[in-house]
Ligand binder design. Sequence first.
Ligand SMILES: [Cu+2]
Length: 96
Amino acid sequence: MFHQGRGNANFTAAATAALVLCAVALFNMFNYYPKSHNVVVVKESSDFNNCKVPAGATVFTSGKDRVALVRGHNLFICGKPGHCLFGFMKINVTAV
Ligand SMILES: [Cu+2]
């Protein structure tokens, strides 16, 4: 959904909108090419804004990750160098 295929694919606006519009977003599936990307759970908005992988962060690497969302903001970035900062591989999912 977010990192689709290989290379420098970005999160799509459609995927973002669909998730935010989802009234009860209990789970979210990340599909991506696992050799190229990963999904890092970020808790602090400063880390999210700066694309910083926090020490001890939960990192998903399967390529087909199923992530439980919490109510409110759920921040995810790609932890591969430059992907978040220069490829905009980051997403803020709001679960209501
Ligand atoms: Cu990436």
